[in-house]
Design a protein around this ligand. Structure first.
Ligand SMILES: Nc1nc2c(ncn2[C@@H]2O[C@H](COP(=O)(O)OP(=O)(O)OP(=O)(O)O)[C@@H](O)[C@H]2O)c(=O)[nH]1
Ligand SMILES: [Mg+2]
Length: 317
C-alpha cells in the first residue's frame, strides 16, 4: 500500500480520519481511482458502465490522515430490481460518509451526470464535498477549462480538481484536498488494513470482471458469481490443496443460450475467464490458486429480489 511520506508538524491531535464516498455516474472511473489510491487492485474495472455492484471499502493510511474510501455502484435511475439495490448501496455509503468525492467523467457529461449532480446538490450541510473531473489525460485543455468553470460556477466554494485515475495526475492534490475536509481523529482501522472485503468476495468479483472482459453486450449484466468453496492451502483443517488456495465458484446466468456463450466452443471462453480471474486473485493473495468454475442457469435472477439477495447483491452493508 502507498503511504504518505510527507514529513511535517502533524502531532497525533492533528491527525484526521474519516469516510469518503466516491460517487459518480456509471463508468466515471471510481473503481480505477480506488485501485490507484490503494496501489492494489481490490475493485473490479471494465469498459462497460454498471460494473460495480458492491459498496467496497478501501483504506488508505498516511502520516497525516487515514482515508477510508467507499467505491460505490454508478448512480443512475433505472427501474430494474438489481439496479435499485445498487442505487441504495450508493445512497447508504453517501449517508455514512464524512466527505463526498464526486467523480465526473470528463469525456461524458450526459444525463447520467445530471442525475448525480442532483444527488450531490442535495447533500446535507456539513458533509464535505470535493469534485474531481476524471480522465483529464484524454481531455483537450479547452474542454477541461470549460467543464471546470461550469462546475465551479454551479458549486461555489467547492474545490474542483482535474485528475486522471489512470495516470495518477492530480491524485496527490486530491488526497490533500480530501484530508482537509476530514474530521480530526485517530485512525479507524489498523495501519496495514487494505479493505474490509473478505477474500472470497474479492475472488468472486475478479471472476465477474473476467466475464465483463471476455463476453459481450448484455451478458455481464445477466451474470452473478457465488463462491461455493474457499479452502486455504493445506496444512489446514477441512482439506484443501498443498501450497494452493482452492476456490470453487458458480457463474449464474439467466438463460440457456447464455450458458452456452459463457462456456464457449470447447470450453474456450470459460477457460479464458478462469485464467484471467485466477491471475488477479493470485496477485492479490501472493500465492498460487486452483480455481474451479461451474456455470448454472438461474432463470431471470436479476428480476427477483430474493435471488438478488441470495447472490449477495441485496444486503446493504
Ligand atoms: N483515459 C482514462 N480512462 C479511465 C480513467 N479512469 C478510468 N478509466 C476507464 O474508464 C472505464 C471505467 O472505469 P471503472 O473504474 O470501471 O468505472 P466506474 O466508475 O467504477 O464504473 P461503474 O462501477 O460501472 O460505476 C475503464 O475502461 C477504465 O479503464 C482515466 O483517468 N483516464
Ligand atoms: Mg466501479
Amino acid at each position: 500500500m502507498k503511504a504518505d511520506t510527507k514529513e511535517g508538524g502533524h502531532g497525533p491531535d492533528r491527525h484526521r480520519s474519516g469516510f469518503v464516498a466516491i460517487v459518480g455516474a456509471p463508468n466515471a472511473g471510481k473503481s480505477t481511482l480506488l485501485n490507484f489510491l490503494l496501489d492494489e487492485k481490490v475493485a473490479i474495472v471494465s469498459r462497460k458502465p454498471q460494473t460495480t455492484r458492491h459498496r467496497i471499502l478501501g483504506i488508505l493510511t498516511g502520516k497525516e490522515a487515514q482515508m477510508v474510501f467507499w467505491d460505490t455502484p454508478g448512480y443512475h435511475s433505472n427501474a430494474k430490481a438489481l439496479n435499485q439495490e445498487m442505487v441504495s448501496r450508493t445512497l447508504s455509503a453517501l449517508h455514512d460518509s464524512d466527505v463526498c468525492l464526486w467523480l465526473v467523467d470528463g469525456k461524458r457529461m450526459g444525463q447520467e451526470h445530471l442525475e448525480t449532480r442532483g444527488l450531490v446538490a442535495g447533500l446535507p450541510k456539513g458533509k464535505g464535498l470535493l469534485i474531481a473531473i476524471n480522465k483529464a489525460d484524454v481531455m483537450a485543455p479547452d474542454e477541461l477549462r470549460s467543464l471546470k468553470g461550469a462546475l465551479s460556477g454551479a458549486f461555489p466554494g467547492t474545490r474542483v480538481l482535474a485528475i486522471s485515475a489512470r495516470t495518477g495526475k492530480g491524485v496527490g492534490l486530491l488526497k490533500k484536498g480530501i484530508t482537509r475536509l476530514l474530521p480530526r481523529g485517530p485512525a479507524l482501522y489498523p495501519g496495514d488494513a487494505l479493505t474490509d472485503q473478505p477474500m472470497r468476495l474479492i475472488a468472486s468479483e475478479f471472476v465477474r470482471e473476467a466475464v465483463f472482459e471476455c463476453t459481450r453486450e448484455e451478458l455481464p449484466y445477466s451474470t452473478a458469481v457465488t463462491v461455493d468453496e474457499y479452502l486455504e492451502p493445506v496444512p489446514s483443517e477441512g482439506g484443501g490443496l498443498p501450497g494452493k488456495t482452492y476456490i470453487s465458484v458458480t457463474i449464474h446466468v439467466e438463460k440457456e443460450n447464455q450458458k452456452a456463450i459463457m462456456i464457449g466452443k470447447g470450453g474456450a471462453r470459460l477457460q479464458a475467464i478462469g485464467t484471467m480471474a485466477r491471475r488477479n486473485i493470485e496477485r492479490l493473495l501472493g500465492g498460487p490458486v486452483f480455481l474451479k468454475i461451474f456455470v448454472r442457469i438461474s432463470k431471470d435472477w436479476t428480476k427477483n429480489r430474493k435471488t438478488i439477495r441470495e447472490f449477495g447483491y441485496g444486503d446493504i452493508a
